[in-house]
Structures are given as C-alpha cells and as structure tokens.
Design a protein. Structure first.
Ligand code: PLP
Length: 222
C-alpha cells in the first residue's frame, strides 16, 4: 500500500473508533518517523500528516532541519537525557515523556519559551517502564508548579507489549481517570486536558478509551 492509502486507512479506523463511543472531539494522529529517513518523513507531511514524532534527539534534529521548509508540529516521545535537553527543548512543540523532577528542572533552566509537556505515567506498574506511578502523580504534578516554563498539557503512557485487550482497556481508562483528577484541580500550570496513548497495535482501543493523541509508526511504514 502506498503511504497515502495507509494514512487514509488509519484515519478511517480512528473515525470508526470515535463513532463507536460517540466521541466528537478531536484525535490528533502523530506520525512516528523513527523508522524512516527524511525523504519518507517529508512524504508523510505532504500527504497531510503534520504532526511528527521522534524518540531520539539526534534523529529529531536531523529531520527538524531537513524539513524546516514545511509546517510541522514536532513531538519528542522518548526518554530525554538531561545533557541533551539544551539541544532540542526550544525546537520541539510537545515533549511526551516528563518523568522526573531533575529532568523538569533542566528543562526549565534551558527553556526560552513555555514548554508543553505530557507527564509519563506507568499505569501498568511494569518495572521496565519509565514513568511516574499513578499513586505519586498528584504529588509530582504539584511539585512542577515551581518550574515556571513547564506546562502540563496532559498525560502519556506506553502499554506493555504483551497486554491483552482487557488489560489495555484497563490501563487506558486508568490514565483517563488520572487525567480527569488532575484536570479537576484546575491548576494553571497543569490544565491537563490531553491523553497521549495508543500506538500501531492498540490505537483503536486507546481512542475508544479517550486518547486525544495517538502515536503511530509501524502501521505507516512497515
Ligand atoms: C516507536 C514509538 C511509538 C510508535 O510505535 P509503533 O508501534 O511503531 O506505532 C509510539 N510511542 C513511542 C514512545 C515510541 O517510542
């Protein structure tokens, strides 16, 4: 299938998942370009996917510069090492993996604008996963208040690869409940309206459970 058809198929599946649960709000489809070169990433933008994501700073920088003539909203979705923060933080539009106060401190120190972030939450409790536990989340968000350049726009999670559908629904709905709890606090630094969840294997379930951003790589490129 050519790229344009794949994009259309994914967009249709997102619409179907929304219709199934009577959602009328927007779901943003982020194209994850970590598997492909700059040329392929350009093609993706040209067929209408304007939100792109990378999980490594070097590959992000390469594509960011190569595609600077296009209107792209850039998402950084992977773990960010503190020493790399200064290289990328003012170039990206959204950071999806805030999971420590030390990282928040470094981001705040280097920020030359408001930095829109998702706090990564480990809802499955899987030991290998990054992220704040659901139990620690409110305290963590509270502590981010002192970093004046950081705005928490939402929560992000990664589901374990081996999760079954009922487990996925449980993880995604747990993240949604966390989001609702934070949102109800009405914090200026953490409006927390968004949910970044769902990848190629599970985005339809994520959309049914309330995802507002889905991150899709392999279904586009493999
Ligand atoms: C690679 C990656 C994705 C996309 O995963 P696919 O299964 O290829 O769709 C989404 N989120 C994160 C954090 C990733 O690293």
């Amino acid at each position: 299938m050519v790229l344009e058809e794949r994009v259309r198929a994914i967009t249709q599946k997102i619409s179907k998942a929304k219709a199934l649960v009577h959602r009328e709000d927007a779901v943003r489809f982020i194209g994850v370009t970590k598997y492909v070169d700059t040329k392929k990433a350009r093609e993706l933008v040209e067929v209408g996917v304007k939100d792109l994501a990378e999980n490594r700073t070097d590959l992000f920088l390469e594509k960011y510069h190569a595609l600077s003539d296009l209107e792209v909203t850039w998402h950084l979705i992977g773990t960010l090492q503190r020493r790399k923060v200064k290289d990328v933080i003012n170039l990206i539009d959204y950071f999806h993996a805030l999971d420590s106060l030390k990282l928040a401190e470094e981001i705040n120190k280097r920020a030359e604008k408001e930095i829109l972030t998702f706090v990564q939450v480990n809802v499955s409790g899987e030991a290998s996963k990054h992220g704040i536990s659901a139990e620690e989340l409110l305290d963590f968000i509270e502590q981010l208040k002192k970093f004046e350049s950081i705005k928490v726009v939402g929560l992000m999670t990664l589901a374990p690869i081996e999760a079954t559908e009922p487990q996925l629904r449980n993880y995604f709905s747990k993240l949604r409940k966390c989001r609702d709890t934070v949102q109800r606090l009405g914090l200026v630094h953490a409006p927390c309206t968004e949910l970044s969840m769902g990848m190629s294997r599970d985005y339809q379930i994520a959309v049914e459970e309330g995802a507002t951003y889905v991150r899709i790589g392999s279904e586009l490129f493999r």
